[in-house]
Design a protein around this ligand. Structure first.
Ligand SMILES: O=C(CO)[C@H](O)[C@H](O)COP(=O)(O)O
Length: 227
């Protein structure tokens, strides 16, 4: 069976009546949103906060009531996918290009629940190129600054030209090698003018649900491991 589906559907069990929930982006949380759509049709009271235009469209098609982030804080829970999950439950996100809104919504939430298949678990982050959202103005200059931090940025392309985020920005996919100190790298990147945000989510995930054909495994953040 589809491991992403198993993890995604399991996460929907965490959503209780009356909750305000951040709805993540990607092919794993897709299954969560589908399940929530079914439950809303059966009477579940839920307010969703989408993390991308793609997710907004899906939720609207399913009849999930949506609310702008500015009117929703604090959210009870956000459910989202990830591109890499370390042993410390630090994450690389942004493979789908939604990292900025995903981070905004997750930071406004009491709890962040991540859904993924086993392939996303790593000992150390960095095999997956780190997505960094940058403003388009003189992006090459920002890329050069990132290069000086020891990363190799590559401009993300789409079918027709440069990939644009929902915020109208570019994504630089940065090969930084295996990242020894994710919090330090995150801080250095965020200090650069031109960088909007990075796909490093440090100390943010509370719970991870890993799907596998034999079922879903849940991993909770250990107290005291926050960055
Ligand atoms: O960060 C993301 C989008 O910006 C996604 O959550 C991440 O790419 C995982 O996606 P998928 O569940 O499709 O593997």
């Amino acid at each position: 069976m589809n491991a992403k589906k198993i993890a995604g559907e399991k996460a929907a069990d965490y959503v209780k009546d009356g909750m305000t929930v951040g709805l993540g982006t990607g092919s794993t949380v897709y299954w969560t949103i589908l399940k929530l759509g079914e439950r809303v049709k059966q009477g579940l009271e839920l307010r969703g906060v989408p993390t991308s235009e793609r997710t907004r469209q899906l939720a609207e098609q399913l009849g999930i009531p949506l609310v702008p982030l500015a009117e929703a804080e604090p959210l009870d829970l956000t459910i989202d996918g990830a591109d890499e999950i370390s042993d410390e439950l630090d994450l690389i996100k942004g493979g789908g290009g939604a990292l900025f809104r995903e981070k905004m919504v997750a930071l406004a939430s009491k709890r962040l629940l991540i859904v993924a298949d086993e392939s996303k678990r790593v000992q150390r982050l960095g095999a997956f190129p780190l997505p960094v959202e940058v403003v388009p103005f003189a992006w090459e200059v920002t890329a050069r600054r990132i290069e000086r931090l020891g990363c190799h940025p590559r401009l993300r392309l789409a079918d027709k030209g440069t990939f644009l985020t929902d915020n109208g920005n570019f994504i630089l996919d940065c090969d930084c090698g295996l990242i020894a100190e994710p919090a330090v790298l995150n801080r250095k990147l965020k200090e650069l003018t031109g960088v909007v945000d990075t796909g490093l989510f440090i100390g943010m995930a509370d719970t991870v649900i890993i799907g596998a054909s034999e079922g879903a495994k849940t991993v909770e953040r250990q107290c005291g491991t926050d960055a």
